[in-house]
Design a protein around this ligand. Sequence first.
Ligand code: ADP
Ligand code: ASP
Ligand code: MG
Length: 287
Amino acid sequence: MKVLKFGGTSVGTVEALRNVKYIVENQEEPVIVVVSALGGLTDTLIQAANLAAKNDIGAYRIVQDITARHNEIMNKLITGEQIDDALNRVRALFYELSNAYTDISRNEELTEADLEEVVSYGERLSSLIISLIIDDATYFNSLEIMRSSNHECDLEATNANIANTLGKFKGKVAVMGGFISRDSKSRRISNLGRGGSDYTAAIVASALNADSLEIWTDVDGFMTADPKVDPNATVIRQMTYDQAQEMCDQGAKVIYAPTIKPVAEKHIPIWVKNTFNRGALGTLISD
Ligand code: ADP
Ligand code: ASP
Ligand code: MG
């Protein structure tokens, strides 16, 4: 069994999602798919929350825009009888999201708890929709599985939940949202930190002793530098966990830094692969 994580750009457009569907449906072994919110959506949800706190109607315009963006993806990629069910389930989530912004507007204040709640809709929406796009996939609600304290995973509670849910799954494809979680004590939504979908995938891979963790993103692999900053950066074919950890700690955001440890401890190889260039060899991170 493998864990495949797809980041925001990989799930941000209809074209990108066609690649994701192809990659997942052509896996030979069972997979757990961890997805981010649609590219840019987390920032947009935060922007709307700031507008709502100022009682600015712009917050609702943003909700309309993101509703249209998700609906377009569903209409293009979900076929048959599933589309009505999908639109209804997503409509319910948008209704809740609008209510959350209304509460923020009414209080004219944006608390940390409000912000954690509104950003969680990004992955709640993407994971539900992607589970309906991929053939024969089963949706798992990460808010019922992932537990944290101060944005760090509560491994004891989370591993028990993983064992009781994904651990018993006998199907071929499971889909869940990255990043989102609930606080172990208060049970309020409290997420894993920006870029945290990689970390969710690593925790799941470690808990289930996966054969590998694949981080599918928008570059050909882990590179000598950020290619957006250094055009001469080249792909590193193989790295040790320590080398990857050091570069992540120094800010290489291709992998969220807390991701390495849970898989390194279990000697699970990490592959960094490009959703938009499947033929590229990628990077292997291992002992
Ligand atoms: P995702 O949405 O898939 O999680 P991120 O934007 O978080 O993707 O990470 C991928 C980006 O990380 C790349 O587009 C690249 O600009 C940046 N990056 C920074 N450092 C590196 C590096 N050393 N190697 C590869 N990409 C890097
Ligand atoms: N959506 C979250 C973020 O933008 C988590 C992630 O993409 O990994 O930070
Ligand atoms: Mg990322």
